[in-house]
Design a binder for this molecule. Structure first.
Ligand SMILES: [Zn+2]
Length: 448
């Protein structure tokens, strides 16, 4: 689709947010959107790591706004295309008659005058972050020889990937100080356009892209780079730059940062959260790390004490259960229902340790879980050469709603039928296990 090349007002003045122009082309987009191209625009399309501008476009701005305040379309996306940016328009809900008529006949739009308004908060945020990125990259390059390899600006934060393996906390603090000193002092940021030949002779931070002419952004007295984005005209307008995280990724360092109002708001909310945490621990913010360390140490001590008490309780309960096993014929089996599924391994391990040197043949444990009764059956004696408990599982699964598996000397599973208690299942498994092990003898089929 050929059309006149759009004049890019954002390249001439980053602070121009309101402009007049004319629609020169229209093309359909997925419902409920339309794309339009303008003869001139202040809307920055996506490019160079910087997201697009948003805002609105009013059609036929000569109409008195009070007559029909709704001949206005939201601009929610701006994409680079052949000839210049395409603006994706949306018809706001509750739009007036004139707006709906214009919308219904997009072929009537080319040639009509518009008034464009870029969202000032979003643009200012992008200008501050883009300016912050140039400053950070130039300082890294000029004072530390560290190159910037990529830049990304998102809704959460901005980040650059740099050619360094790591930077210590002290180095990051020094870098942040140096950048913010320059922001406080201020200094001009100049933008100019030159031919590619001249650009190749300039002391650019990176080689210019193979396009002619080339747009150059210069932090006067510090350095210059080829760039198409929107920049502040003075370093002081960046406001503030905070490096929030240094992340190692693919052998590079990714420096996350925030600028301007976003940096201020994030710092305020971080400080408020730290203040609330400190207040709950009855101490000042500065002592928060020490208070947290103290709390964690207390928790570790309590956890160790609780583990000792639980282990002692397990030994006592297993001892009582062992003493209560009757003198019935057949192999001696310990079966124990548990109140807490999380103690299954503790009880299993303890019982197996206490069974060593006795004639106990197996341990059966069962505990209620969300979807049924979970159980474990463990056999004493050598892992190989005894009865294979997987055979027991197979027999049980044939007659009961049981799923599970394991190894020859240890199986676990779940019984999934309502109305069964952990105690009843433990008892049922004990009897089945006794029969199964009782059938086995060296030379029998299951032990071969
Ligand atoms: Zn730039």
């Amino acid at each position: 689709m050929s059309r006149p090349v759009t004049r890019l007002l954002f390249r001439e003045d980053s602070y121009l947010l309101s402009f007049r122009g004319r629609i020169v082309d229209v093309r359909p987009a997925d419902h409920p959107y339309l794309f339009v191209a303008l003869d001139r625009t202040a809307f920055f399309p996506e490019g160079g790591g910087q997201p697009w501008d948003t805002g609105w476009i009013r059609i036929d701005p000569s109409i008195d706004p009070s007559d029909d305040p709704d001949v206005r379309f939201g601009v929610d996306q701006v994409l680079e295309g052949p000839g210049g940016p395409w603006h994706r328009l949306a018809l706001p809900p509750g739009s007036g008659v004139a707006a709906r008529e214009a919308w219904a006949r997009p072929e009537s739009l080319p040639g009509r005058q518009i008034l464009g308004q870029v969202d000032p908060v979003r643009r200012t945020d992008h200008v501050q972050h883009h300016g912050g990125q140039h400053l950070l990259s130039e300082v890294l390059w000029k004072t530390r020889g560290i190159a910037t390899l990529a830049f990304h600006l998102g809704d959460g934060d901005a980040a650059i990937e740099v050619s360094a393996d790591r930077l210590s906390r002290e180095e990051l603090d020094a870098l942040e100080d140096e950048v913010n000193d320059r922001i406080r002092r201020g200094g001009p940021v100049r933008t100019f356009v030159t031919d590619l030949q001249t650009a190749r002779g300039l002391p650019l931070r990176r080689p210019p892209p193979p396009e002619d002419p080339v747009r150059i952004v210069e932090i006067v007295g510090l350095g210059m780079a080829a760039c198409c984005g929107t920049h502040p005209d003075d370093l002081s307008r960046i406001g503030l730059l905070r490096i929030t995280e240094a992340e190692r990724i693919r052998g590079r360092l990714r420096l996350h940062f925030l600028c301007g109002r976003r940096a201020f708001l994030a710092a305020r909310s971080d400080l408020q959260a730290a203040g609330e945490a400190a207040a709950r621990m009855s101490g000042p913010v500065a002592r928060l790390p020490a208070l947290v360390d103290g709390l964690r140490s207390q928790v570790r001590t309590r956890e160790a004490e609780a583990a000792e008490v639980l282990a002692e309780l397990a030994r006592l309960r297993i001892g009582q259960a062992l003493a209560a096993i009757g003198e019935a014929e057949g192999p001696r089996i310990l079966s124990l229902p548990l109140e807490d599924i999380r103690r299954m391994d503790l009880y299993g391990d303890t019982a197996m340790a206490m069974a060593a040197g006795t004639d106990l043949a197996a341990v059966v444990l069962a505990a209620e879980d969300r979807d049924g009764i979970r159980f474990q059956v463990r056999r004493t004696g050598p892992a190989a050469g005894g009865p294979d408990l997987r055979g027991l599982m197979k027999e049980l699964a044939a007659v009961r709603p049981i799923r599970g598996g394991g190894s020859p000397d240890r199986v676990q599973g779940i019984h999934v039928l309502e109305g069964m208690s952990a105690g009843a299942l433990a008892d049922l498994l004990r009897q089945a296990c006794a029969r199964f092990i009782g059938r086995w003898g060296p030379g029998s089929a299951s032990g071969a």
